[in-house]
Design a protein around this ligand. Structure first.
Ligand SMILES: O=C(O)c1cc(C(=O)O)c2c(n1)C(=O)C(=O)c1cc(C(=O)O)[nH]c1-2
Length: 243
């Protein structure tokens, strides 16, 4: 997968320090989908029940792609210590206990969210409501993770640096704006806040250690932008599909 390269005025300059590099990565939060007009509208109460259902049904495709993406990364990881940490991500989504409580995993929690907004399990899992462009965007993420060096795939997961805030926003605003959604349905968002923190700790460690020249650091920023673009494109497609 070719990642678009942005102009590199800094070529030839020394590498950023790890702190400065991390600050550059975090600065990418400016183009996180938290700022997408559809997300802003959703979190300020401007969505109809059908629009919320459209978002939940489409995002379900992202949810089921994440553990496939993580399995692809795992297959490329030569190091046992990294694999041990990475495996957790698959279990977080697929679950590792019975289908009750937190151990049921994120896909099950998302299914509960679906039910809370009025989408049956069968309908959600049928993927009938998934827009083609959402599929293309999510598939691009899985394909990138499968083909790229594993450290680049790890880097692409770093949009999770910005995810806790988007989950917190939903928890803070949805009960007020969408009282028709049963509160239990929101537990996916709550569960992700500590998990995203743990993922980012590992992901940042790998990224800061692997991308050590200025050119490589720019490559990491391009990879993160590619992933930001995937999330942004998904919301573009969802916005259009919900009209
Ligand atoms: O709700 C969101 O906006 C959002 C965004 C992201 C993200 O930034 O990629 C993830 C999640 N949620 C999420 O729940 C999740 O488990 C997750 C895993 C990953 C990843 O790239 O491995 N991103 C995200």
């Amino acid at each position: 997968m070719e990642i678009a390269q942005h102009p590199r005025p800094a070529n030839g300059l020394p590498a950023w320090t790890p702190e400065a590099f991390e600050a550059q990565l975090r600065d990418k939060g400016r183009s996180y989908h938290i700022h997408h007009p559809f997300n802003v509208r959703m979190n300020t109460g401007g969505c109809t029940p059908d629009e919320i259902r459209c978002w939940v049904a489409n995002r379900f495709y992202y949810q089921i792609c994440i553990p496939r993406k993580d399995a692809a990364v795992l297959a490329n990881m030569p190091d046992r210590a990294h694999r041990r940490l990475w495996m957790e991500r698959i279990l977080d989504h697929d679950g590792h206990g019975d289908f009750e409580g937190d151990a049921a995993g994120g896909i099950e929690a998302w299914t509960r969210l679906g039910e809370a907004v009025g989408i049956s399990r069968e309908e959600l899992w049928s993927l009938q409501g998934v827009a083609p462009a959402v599929r293309f965007a999510c598939d691009a993420y899985v394909n990138f993770a499968a083909k790229a060096p594993w450290q680049e795939a790890v880097c692409s997961s770093l949009t999770e640096m910005f995810a806790p805030q988007i989950h917190k926003d939903r928890l803070a605003t949805w009960p007020r704006h969408y009282p028709w959604i049963e509160a239990n349905g929101l537990s996916y968002f709550r569960s992700r806040i500590p998990l995203a923190g743990r993922d980012v700790e590992h992901g940042l460690r790998v990224t800061l250690e692997h991308f050590t020249t200025r050119a490589q650091q720019h490559r990491a920023l391009d990879i993160l932008q590619f992933k930001l673009d995937i999330l942004w494109s998904m919301l573009d497609a969802i916005e259009k599909a919900s009209q």
